[in-house]
Design a protein around this ligand. Structure first.
Ligand code: NAD
Length: 309
């Protein structure tokens, strides 16, 4: 049996609209609640724009963009939904008030996943009488193009809820990882933060320009990271001896580099340097042009890797 053929999306901004598009593509109906009076138009426009790309990726065979409905309140939107994705603003009082308003209206077997980037599951559970059907399901922007979802449950989560969420995400084409412990920023944002910290350090130390440090990522290790993770790659980095040989050869080197890595803060002065640097690297191209280029490249990479993964 397919997981949850009727879904709800609560909060339909940058992340929620993209989730709605992907749920529709997967052949599910989607009930949306967002208090923004423009939400219906924005979501319909978003879905229309995203649909050709999702079709190119082979994601829309089961779906129709019209199976979406808009509701006057969150309790009405979750009525009858088997899976609910919450993507309201990242402020605890807003999340808590929303959960209090829907808890009694959720179907008995329904699961709610929060997209929250910065809040932890434990913090959000405070908004529930019984938080056992809520997990964290953190996507990467935009969820309809980037496969990763980080899922988190804890001792207050009912048995089987995390597995049902994982099955749902797998069915709509997502790749999930499980966090065994709650940490601020989850896994992927911490990895991004670590790389960006060193990128900023290199720029501020005058080692290379913003454009060249970015190029060092996308033309180098970034391309490999789209294929495999850093440990899997280093397992292949020292020949047939695998990771053991790699660690034997390079422990001193890495320990030395780690001792030398920078720890800059994102001060206004640092931000101005980065802004000037990215403006120079972009050479007057508009944000829309840059976003279109990013999405075209992401689509091409996903198309190429789709049959393998
Ligand atoms: N933007 C990102 O890159 C990103 C990535 C991953 C996760 N997230 C997470 O997704 C969540 C939403 O972020 P976003 O970037 O889409 O924000 P956003 O501001 O673009 O969208 C939030 C939407 O929620 C609506 N809203 C406000 N109060 C509401 C309520 N009570 N009920 C329902 N809807 C309500 C707003 O009208 C708005 O449309 C946050 O928890 C954020 O941490 C964001």
């Amino acid at each position: 049996m397919r997981e949850s053929s009727h879904t709800a999306v609560l909060g339909a901004g940058v992340i929620g609209a993209s989730w709605a598009a992907l749920f529709l593509a997967s052949g599910r109906s989607v009930a949306v609640y967002d208090p923004n009076p423009e939400a219906e138009r924005l979501v319909r426009d978003y879905v229309e724009t995203a649909w050709p790309t999702m079709t190119e990726l082979g994601l829309t065979a089961r779906g129709t963009p019209d199976a979406v409905s808009f509701h006057a309140n969150a309790a009405e939107a979750v009525d009858g939904a088997g899976f609910i994705q919450e993507s309201v603003p990242e402020r605890l009082p807003i999340k808590h008030a929303l959960y209090a308003g829907i808890e009694g209206a959720m179907a008995p077997g329904a699961v709610l996943a929060s997209s929250a980037s910065g809040l932890t599951l434990s913090q959000m559970q405070g908004g529930w009488g019984d938080p056992s059907r809520m997990i964290l399901g953190h996507p990467f922007n935009p969820p309809h193009l980037i496969p990763l979802v980080e899922v988190v449950a804890n001792e207050r989560t009912a048995p089987g809820v995390l597995e049902r969420a994982e099955a749902f995400y797998a069915d709509i084409g997502k790749v999930t990882i499980r966090l065994e412990k709650e940490v601020p920023g989850h896994v992927a944002n911490r990895l991004q933060a670590a790389v960006w910290r060193e990128a900023i350090h290199l720029v501020m130390e005058g080692v290379a320009s913003v454009g060249d440090v970015d190029k060092a990522v996308w033309a180098g290790p970034g391309l490999r990271w789209a294929a495999m993770g850093p440990t899997a790659l280093f397992n292949l980095g020292a020949g047939p001896g695998g990771l053991r040989a790699f660690c034997d050869h390079f422990s001193d080197t890495f320990n030395g580099w780690w001792d030398d890595l920078g720890a800059p803060s994102l001060t206004p002065e640092v931000a101005e340097t980065l802004i000037a640097g990215i403006d120079a690297a972009n050479g007057g191209r508009s944000q829309a042009e840059l976003a279109a280029e990013r999405d075209a490249l992401l689509t091409a990479i996903r198309k190429a890797t789709g049959p393998i993964r």
